[in-house]
Design a protein around this ligand. Structure first.
Ligand code: C5P
Length: 209
């Protein structure tokens, strides 16, 4: 089984993806990490983020077994990822890795921006997770503050809006809801309620409802 989860920054799709994978005995891939790894490689090389050759080379030579998730999750790398991810050559170089990951038994949950539209248009279940920008900014601020960062909610909101605009406005695989994706709005749901709602969606699809 392949479950495709897409949605904007800080919608909760990563946590949902992880929990759904554990619940259904599937593998999990946070595809944001691979774009973040490409961005970090370009930053580490001291090249501009728009350097297509450098970014594409980084994408082709990526080694996910070497990922340092803490470093990749930094704010700076996330911003940079939303720039390099708009480069078509980068997206093309990462396509096979994502498809191979998903097709390896027993199947997987992949979360990202274009899983249900480009990577697995035939996924068994597609969920588009969203939440109002204010709710996403509040959650992300609390998360960052819990990790010791001193951030203001207004700045986090501005970042989220900028990232939404970049991800939905780009020509290459923009963030959008697949026509057959189930919408899960988590604005008024905590993570447990969102998880239960996601399980209900998967069960209903599997039962042919
Ligand atoms: O999900 P996360 O915030 O870690 O993703 C970082 C950036 O990587 C996103 O803002 C987006 O631009 C890009 N991305 C993408 N396609 C994906 C996953 C992430 O373009 N499937």
């Amino acid at each position: 089984m392949i479950i495709a989860i897409d949605g904007p920054a800080a919608s909760g799709k990563g946590t949902l993806g992880k929990r759904l994978a554990a619940h259904f005995g599937l593998r999990h891939l946070d595809t944001g990490l691979i774009y973040r790894a490409v961005a970090k490689a370009v930053l580490d090389a001291g090249e501009p983020l728009g350097d297509v050759a450098c970014a594409a080379r980084a994408a082709r030579t990526l080694d996910p077994s070497q990922f340092d998730e803490t470093a990749l999750k930094s704010h700076k790398v996330g911003e940079a990822a939303s720039v390099v991810s708009a480069i078509p050559e980068v997206r093309a170089a990462l396509l096979d890795f994502q498809r191979d990951f998903g097709r390896t038994p027993p199947g997987a949950v992949l979360d990202g921006r274009d899983i249900g539209t480009v990577i697995f248009p035939d996924a068994d279940v597609k969920i588009f997770v969203t939440a109002a920008p204010g709710a996403r900014a509040r959650r992300r601020t609390l998360e960052l503050q819990a990790a010791g960062a001193s951030v203001q909610e207004a700045d986090v909101l501005a970042d989220i809006l900028r990232r939404d605009e970049r991800d939905t406005g780009r020509a290459a695989a923009p963030l959008k809801r697949a026509e057959d994706a189930h919408l899960l709005d988590t604005t008024h749901l905590d993570i447990d309620a969102a998880f239960r709602a996601a399980i209900d969606i998967v069960e209903a699809v599997r039962a042919g409802r």
